[in-house]
Design a protein around this ligand. Structure first.
Ligand code: ADP
Ligand code: MG
Length: 304
């Protein structure tokens, strides 16, 4: 309900809850790739070791994320999509020790506010699973369903009820590129988890879970790039860096192949990227200084 403060000629009013929810959702969910990231984060937090992603039309029409994680029982599933509903944080003090990807309880609420969402979920020790259908934040159906252990979330018609957001989306091809980048980063950050990404029913990326980082790079970035990399390892008291970095002579024109992870989270940091560039500085002729940092791969652990 809109709330008016009646005075003569007043201009300010409190927005109604539906509008508030849609605006808030837009801050968390900017484009299909944000949905993919949030749902994969949830699957990682649910300790899945196999995550399958399917998209249609760059994720605008359909995004499905299936995992074999812990699943949700009926009671949890019924509140999971509500704002600030989370199993990952109880007190503010927990923030100091939190190790999950999420904790704010915003993703499912935000996605379901701006799309048509279906959740199928079942913990492995329960016989029956739960299906929940939510369109634009409104629950249309909750029912028993036979489903594999784990969780699968289908997100249809993203931004169908916020046409202004829709207009800001790029072409299907470009939105798919953002999704591939997101899945690539998360697949490299989580070596032990199998990832499969399908677009229009064709496999775009497939990586088996492996404890070996090099195997993972071969799977995700291809054998040619993998072969051109040198291992890197450095430890100090405060942090540990490990990963792979390309040989200066193997460098190419693109500079967008620097993957940085801090405690398994993909990050972008201009300071670190600049440090990497400076590190190469004396190794290559000055006039190609900006042409070399393709396929550099670095994991930073225990940073800070
Ligand atoms: P957050 O991840 O910040 O807790 P979300 O809105 O992303 O918030 O999810 C809300 C809650 O729903 C999670 O805390 C978790 O308990 C449950 N949940 C969401 N996705 C999954 C999943 N794939 N498997 C198991 N539980 C899930
Ligand atoms: Mg989450």
């Amino acid at each position: 309900m809109e709330e008016y403060i009646e005075t003569q000629g007043n201009k300010i009013r409190i927005l109604d809850q539906d509008t508030i929810n849609k605006i808030a959702a837009g801050e968390v969910i900017e484009r299909p790739a944000s949905v993919v990231k949030e749902l994969i984060d949830n699957s990682i937090d649910a300790e899945a070791n196999d995550i399958r992603i399917e998209v249609e039309k760059g994720g605008k029409n359909l995004i499905i994320i299936r995992d074999n994680g812990c699943g949700m029982n009926r009671a949890d599933a019924l509140i999971a999509y509500k704002k600030h509903a989370t199993s990952k944080l109880t007190h503010i003090a927990d923030l100091d020790t939190i190790s999950t990807m999420g904790f704010r309880g915003e993703a499912l609420a935000s996605i379901s506010a701006v799309a048509k969402m279906e959740i199928f979920t079942r913990p492995s020790k329960e016989i029956m699973g739960t299906k929940i259908v939510i369109h634009g934040g409104k629950v249309l159906e909750t029912s028993d369903v036979g489903t594999a252990p784990g969780t699968s979330v289908r997100v249809k018609d993203l931004f169908y009820n916020t046409p202004a957001r829709c207009k800001y989306l790029k072409s299907d091809r470009i939105e798919l590129t953002y999704i591939i980048d997101t899945v690539t980063q998360l697949a490299l950050a989580n070596t032990n988890i199998s990832f499969t990404l399908l677009s229009e029913r064709k496999t775009v990326l497939r990586k088996m879970g492996s404890s070996d980082l090099f195997n993972c790079i071969v799977n995700v970035l291809g054998p040619d790039i993998a072969r051109s990399l040198l291992p890197l390892e450095h430890k100090t008291e405060g942090f540990e860096i490990r990963g792979y970095i390309s040989k200066p002579e193997a460098s190419r024109a693109e500079s967008d192949h620097i993957f940085l992870f801090i405690n398994n989270r993909p990050v972008s940091s201009r300071a670190i990227t600049t440090a990497i560039r400076l590190g190469y500085y004396t190794k290559i002729p000055k006039d190609v200084i900006l042409l070399q940092y393709s396929s550099s791969f670095l994991i930073l652990e225990k940073w800070m």
